[in-house]
Design a protein around this ligand. Structure first.
Ligand SMILES: Cc1cc2nc3c(=O)[nH]c(=O)nc-3n(C[C@H](O)[C@H](O)[C@H](O)COP(=O)(O)O)c2cc1C
Length: 179
């Protein structure tokens, strides 16, 4: 299976990307073909809401979304990876999602398999409540086939993350995907 991992942290070597790397290790061991798109270090502009695409492209903006769109439509699965920012996705990931607008229909038709990986500092019972609901609502609307969620609470730094169960859980999710 072709899997696209969409990272979205400003920290290249931070907590969420550590979990993403563990997912990737498991998925590659299971024989999948994994590509990473790092939305945290690329040129992506927010949706202009101009409506020129009519929700089925092309987008008037010429930036790295052109690459991501191709990669996504060519993949069987996407993994959304984000630090928790004020109980939601990072702005980098939200920008990616908003730009789905220009190929909303194509994406919905695909029935893309997806998963979510989040790293947060806190570990309250409600820390991940809103990001989880937002992701699951997106799955419902865009016809994504949810394959799993790694909601990494207490993952505020790489050191903290390594002491949790979440790297192992991310690896295990990679291993079992499509199995
Ligand atoms: C702008 C900003 C907002 C944040 N909001 C939250 C939050 O709502 N809840 C939380 O537990 N941690 C929050 N954090 C902490 C990060 O989610 C946490 O440090 C995470 O491990 C960062 O992941 P990264 O290393 O992949 O960037 C926030 C950090 C920043 C910079």
């Amino acid at each position: 299976m072709k899997i696209l991992v969409i990272e979205s942290s400003p920290h290249k070597h931070g907590s969420s990307n550590l979990l993403a790397a563990e997912f990737r290790r498991g998925a590659e061991e299971a024989g999948h073909d994994v590509t990473v798109f790092d939305a945290g270090h690329t040129k992506l502009n927010p949706c202009l809401g101009c409506g020129a695409c009519g929700m089925s492209g092309p987008c008037v903006q010429k930036d790295d979304m052109t690459v991501l769109r191709e990669q996504l439509l060519d993949s069987d699965m996407a993994v959304f990876v984000t630090p928790l920012y004020y109980f939601g996705f990072s702005a980098q990931l939200k920008t990616v999602i908003d730009r789905f607008y220009s190929f909303n229909g194509q994406l919905t038709e695909k029935g893309l398999k997806t998963a979510l990986i989040v790293a947060a500092w806190d570990s309250n019972s409600w820390t991940m409540q809103d990001v989880k609901t937002h992701y699951e609502t997106l799955c419902r609307y865009l016809n994504f086939q949810n394959q799993g969620e790694i909601l990494g609470v207490g993952c505020g730094t790489v050191q903290m993350t390594k002491r949790t169960r979440f790297p192992q859980e991310a690896y295990a999710m990679g291993k079992r995907i499509g199995g």
